[in-house]
Every structure is written in structure tokens, then in C-alpha cells.
Ligand binder design. Structure first.
Ligand SMILES: [Zn+2]
Ligand SMILES: [Zn+2]
Ligand SMILES: [Zn+2]
Length: 336
């Protein structure tokens, strides 16, 4: 079975209709507010029900003549699951793709390697993979999760909701529950009901009863693709890393978009040189904003002395920056 699945959300007299190209009989009507979750959940079921050992997975993009992206030099790099969104969220595709094809595909994100492999590993033929090293590993996990959330969260999700979603996905357990202490939320200035309610309305999470007064508990509904993580402590370190990168004392302000930008820049900065690069468009999607809004954010970050320099290049497509020394992503420091 080729590991590529496509789900379409079609307008319908009374809402939206979920139509799967692989199992047309299985679709059905979905509410607009939860259509995105339903599409991702459906795709995740296919991917999970159709596991292949890594060495048998091939680039499904290449198999189809690389029609999903502009021309590039050819397939390269490891095969990962790529989640792509077309037609403004009306078409979702999940497919095995090589790194080169993944990088060339617009509106797409590599699904962070956590879920589907966990089940695979229990099979007798599965080989143990070396765990991601600490240090840069945390940065890579945060980077991948930001990219995944840019595709998976509703495009109009606020920056505060995105900061919260990032902490939730990195801290959830195998049952996709997450408990966050109020102290942690306070340190990110997320201790208000707004972002929770926003993610609840989008059917991204559901509040669950807390065991203690100083915590909030939620079940993640839209993280189906992330399922159980094989190396949870690594994700937790990544969550702490993102917390440090986004806290107001580092960003210099408690504005959620600026805090989120601070996490994004840290996740895309070379720790050795303190410089980084990103597509402007990609960063805007991760922040739920427009590229035209970002220069204001960068100016703020220069004012708070997080950024030393930035420029968006002649075509205003690529963004280059250098962080101030004190704000470089440091991975050696462990949370106490
Ligand atoms: Zn299906
Ligand atoms: Zn391709
Ligand atoms: Zn390829």
C-alpha cells in the first residue's frame, strides 16, 4: 500500500463533508469548527494502520512525479511523514516524502518523529534507533513542532494559543493528556483563560479535571499524529528549552507574538554563530500572522536587545538575523 493519503473538505448545504480519496465510504459530515481536527485524525488513522519498517518506506512524492512542489534537484535525505495543506485548508495530504521533496513543498510540515514509530518498534523486526542527542536535539524538536503546529493549528489561532499549544504538544503523555502547572503558565504570561478557550473552541484540546489546585489538565484532540512519543524526557527538555526561549524576561516583553517570535528565532539560530535564516512566509505562518506584520516584531526585539540585526533581503522573502550574545540559544543549561 502506498503511504500517501488525501482528505478533502467539501462544502455542503449544512456544513462540510469530509471525503477521503482512499476510503470514500468512510467520510461524513463535520462541523466547520472541528473539520481540521477531523481531517488530521482521519489521516493519522491511515498512517497508523499502515506501518512499514523505515527501510521499506519510499518517497511517495517522487512516485507521483513530484507534482506537489516546484522542480528541484531530486530526492534526497531520510523519508519522513509530510503533512501538506492545499486550497486554504480544504485539502489535506499525508505522505511519506524525502527531505528534499518535503523542503520544496509549500504549506507543508514534517510530522515530528514521535508517534507512528512507537508502535512499529514493538514488532520483532524493528530496530532500536539511537535517541536524539541532547543539546541541539531540543532545538530541532522545537523547530519541528513549530513547523508542525504552523500547519496543524487553525491559521487564525492567536500567538498566545500557539505558545500554549507548543507547551502542550511537547509535554503531553502517551495518552495525549497534558498537565501544566499554573506557575509554568504564569512564567509565560499564559495564566489567563483566553488561550485555553480558544484551543477548546477549535477542538484542539479539551479541559480535563485537575488533581491539584495549582495545575491545569487537558486532553489533546488534534495531536493525533503525534501519538505516543518514544523518548518523552527529550520532549520535556525541549518544552523547557521553549519555555526559556519564550519567557518575557528573555523576549523583553509579555506580548505573545513577540514571545513566540523569540522562540522561533532561537529555534532557527545556529548556536555556534548566533545567526539564523528563515523564509519570512514560513515564520509568519508559525506565528499566525502576515509577513508584513513581522518587521514591527523584529523592531521590538531589537529594542528589547534580543536581536542585534535583521534584514529581509532585497525580495523580502528570506529573513536573516543575528541574536545578541546573551540571547543565543544555549542548550547546556538544564532546568533545575
Ligand atoms: Zn480514509
Ligand atoms: Zn517530490
Ligand atoms: Zn522525494
Amino acid at each position: 500500500m502506498p503511504r500517501a493519503w488525501t482528505v478533502e473538505l467539501r462544502s455542503h448545504a449544512s456544513g462540510l463533508l469530509l471525503v477521503c480519496q482512499q476510503c470514500p465510504q468512510a467520510g461524513g459530515q463535520v462541523a466547520a469548527v472541528s473539520a481540521r481536527s477531523a481531517a488530521l485524525a482521519h489521516l493519522a488513522r491511515h498512517a497508523r494502520g499502515d506501518l512499514l519498517p523505515p527501510h521499506l518506506r519510499i518517497c511517495q512524492c517522487h512516485e507521483r512525479g513530484c507534482r506537489w512542489h516546484p522542480r528541484h534537484r531530486g530526492c534526497d535525505g531520510p523519508i519522513r511523514l509530510l503533512l501538506a495543506c492545499e486550497r486554504g485548508g480544504r485539502l489535506w495530504r499525508l505522505a511519506d516524502a524525502c527531505s528534499a521533496c518535503a523542503a520544496a513543498t509549500a504549506q507543508a510540515a514534517v510530522v515530528p518523529d514521535t508517534a507512528l514509530r512507537a508502535t512499529l518498534r514493538q514488532s520483532p523486526t524493528a530496530r532500536r534507533r539511537p535517541r536524539q542527542p541532547r543539546g541541539p536535539g531540543e532545538q530541532i524538536r522545537v523547530r519541528e513542532m513549530l513547523s508542525y503546529l504552523a500547519a496543524a493549528l487553525p491559521p487564525d489561532a492567536s500567538a498566545a494559543a500557539r505558545l500554549l499549544a507548543l507547551q502542550c504538544t511537547l509535554r503531553m503523555d502517551a495518552a495525549m493528556h497534558v498537565r501544566l502547572s499554573k506557575g509554568l503558565l504564569r512564567s509565560l504570561r499564559l495564566d489567563t483563560p483566553g488561550p485555553w478557550h480558544e484551543l477548546e473552541r477549535a477542538r484542539w484540546l479539551r479541559s480535563a479535571p485537575a488533581r491539584a489546585a495549582n495545575e491545569l489538565v487537558a486532553e489533546l484532540l488534534d495531536a493525533t499524529l503525534l501519538g505516543q512519543a518514544p523518548a518523552r524526557s527529550d520532549r520535556r527538555h525541549a518544552a523547557d528549552w521553549a519555555l526559556r526561549a519564550g519567557c518575557p524576561s528573555r523576549a523583553g516583553t509579555a506580548e505573545p507574538l513577540v514571545q513566540l517570535a523569540s522562540v522561533y528565532l532561537a529555534a532557527h539560530t545556529d548556536p555556534q554563530t548566533g545567526s539564523g535564516w528563515s523564509e519570512l512566509e514560513q515564520m509568519a505562518r508559525a506565528g499566525g500572522t502576515e509577513p508584513a506584520e513581522l518587521p514591527h516584531v523584529f523592531d521590538r526585539l531589537v529594542a528589547t536587545r534580543l536581536l542585534r540585526t535583521w534584514n529581509a533581503g532585497p525580495d523580502a522573502e528570506d529573513l536573516h538575523w543575528t541574536l545578541e550574545d546573551r540571547t543565543r540559544p544555549h542548550t547546556a543549561q538544564r532546568p533545575s
